[in-house]
Design a protein around this ligand. Sequence first.
Ligand SMILES: *[C@@H]1O[C@H](CO)[C@@H](O)[C@H](O)[C@H]1NC(C)=O
Ligand SMILES: *[C@@H]1O[C@H](CO)[C@@H](O)[C@H](O)[C@H]1NC(C)=O
Ligand SMILES: *[C@@H]1O[C@H](CO)[C@@H](O)[C@H](O)[C@H]1NC(C)=O
Ligand SMILES: *[C@@H]1O[C@H](CO)[C@@H](O)[C@H](O)[C@H]1NC(C)=O
Length: 896
Amino acid sequence: MLRDIIVYATLVGVSCAITQENLDYIGDNLDITYDVVTNFVPENDTYTGKLTFKNSGQNVINNDAWAIYFCHIRIIEQSRIYHGNYIDPNGYTDPNTGAKWSHVNGCLFKVEPTATFEDITAGESREILFIAGAWMISRSDTMPNWYVAADGLEARTIQSTASEDLDFVSAFDSVEKWKRYENDKYDPYTPEKRFTINAVQDDLGAAQHLVLPTPVKVEVDDTSTVSISTGDWVIVIKDNLQQEAKYLSEKLSMGTTTVTPSSKYVLLQVNNTLLVDDQTTSNSEAYTLVVDTSSQVITLEGKSPTGVFWAVQSLISIHDGTNGRIPAVTLSDQPRYNYRGMHVDVSRNFHNKESILRLIDGMSLYKLNKLHFHLTDDEGWRLEIDGIPELTEIGGFRCHDLAEGQCVLSQLGSGPNSYKSVNGFYTAQDYREILQYATDRHVEVLPEIDVPGHCHAAIIAMEQRRRMLEANPIQGSPADQYLLYEADDPSKYVSVQYFTDNGINPCLNSTYAFLEKVFSEVVKLHDGIAPLKTFIFGGDEVAEGAWLNSTACEKLVESGEVASHHDLKEYFVKRTASIMEGYDLGAWEDGVLGEVNKTDVAYDITQLKNNGDVYAYAWQNIWEWGVGNRAYKLANAGYKTVMSQATHTYFDHPYEPDPEERGFYWAPRFIDTEKTFGFMPDSLYDNIDVARSGEVLNKETECAKSAEWCLPLEKPENIVGMQGQLWSETVRTAEHLDFMIFPRIIALAERAWHKADWESSSDKTEREAVRRDDWESFALTLGYKELKRLEELQIKYRVSLPGARVVDGKLEANTGYPGETIQYSTDGSTWNTFTSTSSPSGTVYLRTISSAGRASRQIQIEVDGCGAPTCGTSSIVHNMIGLSISLITAYLISSM
Ligand SMILES: *[C@@H]1O[C@H](CO)[C@@H](O)[C@H](O)[C@H]1NC(C)=O
Ligand SMILES: *[C@@H]1O[C@H](CO)[C@@H](O)[C@H](O)[C@H]1NC(C)=O
Ligand SMILES: *[C@@H]1O[C@H](CO)[C@@H](O)[C@H](O)[C@H]1NC(C)=O
Ligand SMILES: *[C@@H]1O[C@H](CO)[C@@H](O)[C@H](O)[C@H]1NC(C)=O
């Protein structure tokens, strides 16, 4: 950007009012570098970080009235002068630098110069140390789009922080940067370590499954095949299966008819008495698929249209895995669980309709049938509600507006402007299109409006509505009709994500008027497409201390309607449930748990059920905290429990314990596809594996700690399914979304549909061995087949990283899923396909390439040419060390 720089020369040493030009200059010329100095700060739960402000332009940056706003996911300690448990809104001036730090709300912080902050002259670099909470070990912990603002001027993004590569964050290239604390067991994988993880005993060179998830029973006769791509095959539709036939017809480019020809047809029909593995079944999703090669007839039967649709998906999968010639197959199948879900958070960062449709496509390919749609949170309200336009017009956007009159505060790297794609909402029309698309693919959409916590955006929008209606009254719309917050509530609290005002008040009647209105509008949106069955109210992470000093709550407690402040959340949940009479409800585990004597106790379900079920999503199972039992606790209390455990199914976590892998890591340090594949939902405590530190845990030892910790499951019928979770704090683009979900979701689908024999084995060693074998065939099927199918749907799954080692001076390499292409380079720019005859030496770079040519991040390894005395000793260099920042950036780009 070219600007007139002469203006600034006059600013040197002169204290005059800051101008727009000053802000523009800072936005364009302040090079910010973010460094983690060390996570190893003894005894304090903090780390030391460093900001470097380099003035890369020609002018002086004065200590004017500018301030830099940025999202920081760890509390900046300088701003944390606690008064009780809240954050000092007045901030803190660091006497060493003259920089003043303050917390704004949520992850938004501000750093600004005070009188003692020295001018930053042209070319000068100023280092500013800070201390922040816990630790930081991953590039994606830092959010982009820092910006500079001043009263009355337009805020400007600081360009050096604007790239999605996050190249203003320095490399995490030493232990005190990539470990959280000294006894953190995790190091990033070396190429050699990854080689061991990737290695399969037998690369058979082909997919090992005709269909994933694994069907109940398949018989294949490869000696007899039939080609259905000859142009003369048709689909015969019975029983109103037009939609299922249409899907198949589009995938196989085959016409449809209702008249059965003599041969060469695919018959679709409902059969209520079909047999699965020669047994009768009551499972409505059951189906059979028979390819009769001699009569040239393929029969797809389902117990219901949904069963028929899964048969259609299986046929498409068989077709995709062969070269047009389909073998004789007899297949019968039904799912392990009725609930096979994927949760997606579109609030933290908005993801548009197209991304959601693509996700639904991917889900239905693997017979996942529930989309848990997290539509609201602190950072944004994403669903248009007829009659309350403020929810989306204000609550759907973030921008620099400290009064939050036009939009919600900037959060999670959304920057100062509301036009960014991380903002936005679904119009009623968009939402109905999503519903239709999902319905056509037999995926049920379960909307979540998360209350009473996580409501910053809704609270702000309703407060703004009140102000507007007070200024311009409208007959029939009282200003406080939907108010969610008591204006003068002196309660002080901080939520897990540092919001100081995100709990809607359970003691105001307007809260329930709001919920009733929103709920009835959601019901209307579903009408005529997919009538609403289940409404998820969330209920998670209500901040301690919310409402403590609310007058309305005090009155409610005094009146005796609620026993104490402690019982307000339960009161809220019951009253909310009564609004949704007749519907199934859903909540995160903590939404339906109260605490008695430091132990969680499920709310009495009979008080919540109104002719419907209540689903509970069991998620926070940190083994060493003793809360791994919550799934069983809730199932025993009558809740329909969905296994959503963070240790195995939180897809916002990284695939590897590497600072360059996207994602938060509060539960386990990483979740790779194999980890999800290995989850055993029927024997929860057999999943106890590692503590958060990476320390190996033993089931017997953990369970012996308290009778409560591994309490038994008394009502197994209440474990209804499994779900993957994608929270979107670090997920800003469509590519990020696909990357985090795929291919892990296929492993989730495998476990939700098919119970493997090894899951029932009580001998851990034997179980692990059989599981690993099963994983290896699964990995072959991914590598030789499924990844290509994803690529054809334009799903930008994470391309696995190569592993590598040097044996007798020769480089060997493999990938996460056998069959993927590996490329190597010795200069980092010319790439060749790596085969068993390739023998590059010196510094070698390796990367994996998808069928569409997308590259993984690259790794680096030193290969000694043979002949030297060291020949045969491997010389592995950690993949991050020694790489210049620009190279790291280059391969980050290539992976996105
Ligand atoms: C960290 O802890 C040590 C020891 O308790 C204490 O002396 C020091 O002041 C603490 N540092 C900070 C920044 O809180
Ligand atoms: C339904 O399936 C059963 C069991 O395979 C079979 O005997 C019956 O003929 C089928 N019904 C129809 C209408 O094809
Ligand atoms: C709130 O609604 C309840 C139930 O309709 C009613 O009894 C109560 O008086 C209302 N409270 C206020 C403060 O209006
Ligand atoms: C809020 O209520 C608590 C508990 O009753 C009390 O200790 C505290 O002083 C109150 N705070 C304010 C700001 O009123």
